[in-house]
Design a protein around this ligand. Structure first.
Ligand code: HEM
Length: 417
């Protein structure tokens, strides 16, 4: 008893995707009243999925593949060629284990410590500034954190440039024309210098700590016991550096939430780590960041009576799943308490993807993200005083990625006595 997939008519809806951004999939889910439907984007038929059950389907490795899914404009900026995002099966699991092997408790603690040290130094600088543009300052701060944590050497005069280049990788994938090309140039520049670094390490012209993430990646062996192509090592090191700098977006939303929900801020001032954790989870659920992710069907199958043909592009709505009214009460309200008795599921709360870390494509850096955010939240609430002058704090639901328009301006920044 096959059913026809609810379908949006029309030749192509890429322009609507650009216009509606984070809400593109949810708007269609609502109009068609279905968590699985068909549309056309980027000149292709696409099946769109939303919600917990659909996410569980999407992360079934037997049904979906990642190879060849990501459009060139995104490869050339955000992801790079040959990285873990586009691998499948055993090759993916083996590479993903390399990533997860550096996400140990000790290393995450070290990441938190480095973030704290860099934050303290930044505050010293911010005190004497008339104003601080938090988004830009966090990019600089997190560039230093990322390089130190990964063991990538960084001289003082490289920080600004590298920080701009890393930021441009996650700001330009959805852009058209010159801005997208700018992102490509940034990627080429950083990859080139990382490739040279990997060569130097392999030829023992520079010594880096054998224990560093850089060295672990540079000496990693694939399933055939070969070293990775040096270009692929550069791409994977960038898969550590770039997203750490992208956490600056969540830090901006932390500051916005603190501003918009002063009652919650008061609760954070008690220093309760459980409440801080809930607040961070709610920031990651509530605000828009990564809109959706994609795969193609590995073989034909039927799900809930709907036909999925082999080779069909399939998009999973991450933002919409985090706001699914069947799963979340008052999904459009900011309520950290909802995480108090939350029945944990790897498929309903998916700001950084869902499913299993090693077997699937769930974000390797999810714990790292939360660690960084804990330190930043503690600084913003308990270790700093600041003023937020009048500014445009609105954010767009169509710009991907989205951030408050003012980029969060702070004045009178002082360490708390
Ligand atoms: C994958 C989001 C931070 C490393 C992903 C995916 C998303 C995501 C949505 C894809 C999930 C999928 O396609 O199924 C985010 C967000 C972050 C963040 C919103 C906040 C800034 C990080 C950090 C790191 C990291 C800090 C590393 C330190 C990765 C890697 C993958 C990934 C390596 C690819 C995993 C795979 O293909 O198996 N992330 N991420 N991410 N993320 Fe993150």
């Amino acid at each position: 008893n096959e059913k026809a997939l609810p379908k949006e008519e029309g030749v192509d809806h890429t322009l609507s995707l650009l216009k509606e951004g984070y809400l593109f999939l949810a708007n269609r889910r609502n109009t068609l009243n279905s968590k699985v439907f068909e549309t056309r984007v980027l000149g292709k038929k696409a099946i769109c999925l939303s919600g917990k059950e659909a996410a569980e389907l999407f992360y079934d490795n037997k049904k979906f593949l990642r190879h060849g899914v990501v459009p060139e404009r995104v490869i050339q900026t955000l992801f790079g060629k040959g990285g873990v995002q586009g691998l499948d099966g055993e090759e993916h699991t083996h590479r993903k284990k390399m990533f997860m092997s550096v996400m140990t408790k000790e290393r995450l603690q070290q990441l938190a410590d480095i973030t704290g040290q860099q934050f303290a130094m930044a505050v010293d600088k911010w005190r004497s500034q008339e104003q601080v543009v938090l988004f830009e300052e966090m990019q600089l701060l997190l560039t230093k954190v990322a390089c130190e944590w990964a063991g990538v050497p960084l001289s003082k005069d490289q920080i600004q440039k590298l920080s701009k280049d890393l930021t441009s990788l996650f700001e330009t994938p959805a852009a058209v024309g010159p801005r997208n090309w700018g992102g490509r140039m940034s990627r080429n520049r950083i990859e080139k210098s990382l490739i040279e670094l990997v060569e130097a390490i392999r030829e023992e012209k520079v010594t880096v700590s054998a224990d560093s993430i850089l060295s672990i990646f540079a000496t990693h062996r694939d399933l055939d016991n070969h070293l990775l192509d040096k270009h692929v090592v550069a791409v994977e090191i960038l898969n550590i550096l770039r997203p750490i700098v992208a956490v600056s977006i969540f830090v901006n939303f932390l500051a916005l939430a603190l501003h918009n929900y002063p009652e919650d801020r008061k609760k954070l001032e008690t220093g309760d780590p459980a409440y801080a954790q809930m607040f961070i989870q709610e920031v990651r659920r509530f605000y828009p960041f990564f809109p959706f992710t994609g795969a193609t069907t590995k073989e034909s199958f039927t799900w809930k009576g709907y036909d999925f043909e082999e080779g069909t592009l399939t998009l999973l709505d991450l933002y919409g799943t985090n706001h699914d009214p069947d799963e979340w009460e008052n999904p459009d309200k900011f309520l950290p308490e909802r995480f108090k008795d939350w029945k944990e599921s790897p498929f309903s709360f998916i700001p950084q993807g869902g499913g299993d870390f090693v077997m699937g494509h769930r974000c390797a850096g999810e714990w790292a993200t939360v660690e960084i955010l804990k330190v930043c939240l503690d600084y913003l609430v308990n270790k700093l005083t600041y003023t937020m002058p009048p500014q445009d704090l609105s954010y767009s639901m169509s710009d991907i990625p989205s951030i408050p328009k003012s980029k969060i301006i702070l004045t009178n920044v002082e360490p708390k006595k």
